[in-house]
Design a protein. Sequence first.
Length: 267
Amino acid sequence: MTAQREAAPAKLNLALHVRGKLPDGRHRIETIFAFCEDGDELTAEPAEDVSLALSGPFAGGLGEDNLVLKAARALQLAAAVMAGAALSLDKRLPVASGVGGGSADAAAALRLLTRLWDIDAAHAEQVAPTLGSDVPACLAALPARGDGAGDQLTPIDILGLGGTPVLLVNPRLPLSTAAVFARWDGVDRGPLAGWRDGRNDLEAPATALVPEIADMLAWLRDQPDATFVRMSGSGATCFALFDNIAQRDAAAAAVPTAWWHLATRLR
């Protein structure tokens, strides 16, 4: 049987407002999720047991017991599946970079194994929230507003954004989401309305940990054709939107060599 493939597209937060704490201790946020056309890629073949092989430029940043394996084992249990799967992850996105790499990989595993094992997609929807707050959004991989811890989703239609050229940059420095949230100052700066008028409340604490974020944001804002610039998630990846591919590619060609970058489009 030919191996089945599933994309794990990069996630962007067009805005992210931190409003307080939830009773369970997680932070209460309001965010707008969007997804890129490119990211990691997962393949799977039938097997007796669940296994995972890693490849790609950022495979070295992953441990053996990562979210892909957790997702596979949780889905096995939820759906009472006896079969296994030989999984292979091509890790193209930086680890701990604010673009949902681990969550996107877990979501891709849920989608892929739902097909491979021929089970009801409701099992994946049940498992997704147990793997992380971003996994439900990554499971759908469509524009959505996230409330609660980001896992209460409302699909949205971001008019005109599909196909928008986008440039992602990252300083090649991992950044712990927990460490960034721990540095949030606790100030509620107000609700999220439109994403263009929003903000990312994690930018200041993330920059305190990785000062290069300020350099990347300044560089992106200096690009003459960039129409929108922001940090994604808890960082350190930042991004800029452009009106056309030629403008994006011109900026991509000028990215400092010390930074990782990805020229892609929004889905």
